[in-house]
Design a protein around this ligand. Structure first.
Ligand SMILES: C[S@@+](CC[C@H](N)C(=O)[O-])C[C@H]1O[C@@H](n2cnc3c(N)ncnc32)[C@H](O)[C@@H]1O
Length: 209
């Protein structure tokens, strides 16, 4: 069994990142609206949290999940007491505490590249999303440095295709990143097979990693 946390990210919130990849860029793509339920899988120190909460307004809900309690503790100290926020220490590949089909939006930012059970994490995103809900998934274009004898965690093109193929995701167009791959996925509102969906019919959504 491979330890399901393969990299320690260190400080994930700094001026360079805020300048080069501000939270608003990914959150605009996710189209977060007031009152929504959002879950950030592998939330780290909560890079997106303040901006997500601003967009959610008083009736929204944000759940932060991370396997690293230290990162979540930093996020908690930054966000303070906010009844809209839940903190969950655990793997993105399982998180049994969160209810099925309850979330409008899922964030998986720079996480698939850090965990071994990528299928599990994508499965969680699918499980948590309500039909019609959307997930933003990002991962680096290049390989992360890996030590000899450790699993290579890079999300290759072939690996991404296999992850997408697990479920009938609709892949919505979104802005390309120069250093990261960015994918906006939608869980179809209709059960697969009930009617032709965009991915199959060749509509606005496509499945091209
Ligand atoms: C590169 S950081 C990205 C953090 C955050 N999503 C962001 O964009 O700032 C990767 C995060 O994934 C977390 N992580 C690694 N393996 C995980 C797992 N199996 N389940 C949940 N979180 C995990 C790490 O602890 C770390 O906080």
């Amino acid at each position: 069994m491979v330890e399901d946390r393969m990299c320690r990210p260190g400080p994930l919130d700094n001026r360079l990142r805020r300048w080069a990849a501000p939270p608003s860029r990914d959150l605009d793509a996710l189209d977060i609206l007031p009152g929504m339920h959002v879950v950030d899988l592998g939330a780290g120190v909560g890079y997106f949290a303040t901006e997500v909460l601003r967009r959610l307004g008083p009736t929204g809900r944000l759940d932060l999940v991370d396997i690293d309690g230290e990162n979540l503790a930093i996020a908690r100290s930054r966000l303070g007491d906010d009844a809209r926020v839940g903190f969950h220490i655990g793997s993105a590949a399982t998180v049994p505490a969160l209810p099925d089909a309850d979330y409008d939006r899922v964030l998986l930012s720079l996480v698939l590249c850090c965990l071994a059970d990528k299928d599990g994490a994508m499965e969680t995103a699918w499980r948590l999303l309500r039909p019609g809900g959307r997930a933003l998934v990002t991962f680096p274009r290049g390989a992360l440095p890996s030590r000899r004898g450790r699993v290579v965690l890079r999300v290759t093109r072939a690996r991404w295709r296999s992850l997408l193929a697990r479920r009938p995701w609709l892949v919505r167009p979104t802005r390309r990143g120069w250093a990261v791959h960015r994918f906006l996925l939608e869980k179809p509102a209709r059960p697969a097979g009930a009617a032709p969906n965009d991915a199959v019919a060749g509509g606005a959504a496509t499945v091209h990693p």
